[in-house]
Write a protein that binds this ligand. Structure first.
Ligand SMILES: [Fe+2]
Length: 228
């Protein structure tokens, strides 16, 4: 009996720690113990893959430091709150203040990275091309309007191509971490115009960064987002 109780005692010490093994459960969330931890989603290309348009050094800071910081901050901020075990997209939709700022920055950056590719077709295709032509007259007109939205946004933020509930395309600007899903819009394409996106490569020349951005747009992914 004493030996049995001793075994039980040892097991009670070991079991809680065995539950702490990280387990991937959903997108960029990992389960650690009973708490879902957000993690930095892996890039779909290497750190130097976007050169010469966006440098490896920019990715090391923008992805490796800034994006990682938003993930780390979010995990700390949600501890003990109603958002502790909530999916990232739902946190973006329902939170406010610092939790929203960090959650949205995690979501927005993951969407931005996944919307870039070193093998861009340079132009939209399929149903998205048809919708762009219908809404903006031509791809060239759309590109000019999106470029203007990206370069004219005052301060930090994002320029988006979105569709509304009727499938109508629209270019919108959002400040800081704001995300158009909160207005019921579906994101199709985004350009990060925070200074940290271009300062290493282009210094203060946002227009040069936006010009470089066009070489990297993953139109296949944008098309998939449009069809969702
Ligand atoms: Fe950014």
């Amino acid at each position: 009996m004493k030996r049995f109780l001793a075994v039980l005692f040892v097991l009670s010490l070991v079991m809680p720690f065995s539950n702490l093994k990280a387990q991937k459960i959903d997108g960029n969330q990992m389960k650690v113990g009973n708490i879902k931890k957000h993690s930095l989603e892996k890039l779909p290309y290497s750190m130097d893959a976007l050169e010469p348009h966006i440098s490896k050094a920019t990715l090391e800071f923008h992805y490796g430091k800034h994006h990682q910081s938003y993930v780390d901050n979010l995990n700390k901020l949600i501890e003990g709150t109603e958002f502790e075990n909530v999916k990232l997209e739902d946190i973006v939709l329902k939170s406010k203040g610092a939790i929203f700022n960090n959650a949205a920055q995690v979501w927005n950056h993951t969407f931005y990275w996944n919307g870039l590719t070193p093998k861009s077709s340079q132009k939209p295709m399929g149903k998205l091309k048809e919708a762009i032509d219908k809404e903006f007259g031509s791809f060239e007109n759309f590109k000019a309007k999106f470029t203007a939205a990206s370069t004219s946004l005052f301060g930090s933020g994002w320029a988006w191509l979105v569709k509304d509930k009727d499938g109508k395309l629209e270019i919108v600007q959002t400040s800081n971490a704001e995300n158009p899903m909160r207005q019921g819009k579906t994101p199709i394409l985004v350009c990060d115009v925070w200074e940290h996106a271009y300062y290493i490569d282009q210094k203060n020349k946002r227009a040069a960064y936006v010009e470089a951005f066009w070489n990297l747009v993953d139109w296949k992914r944008a098309e998939e987002n449009y069809r969702r």
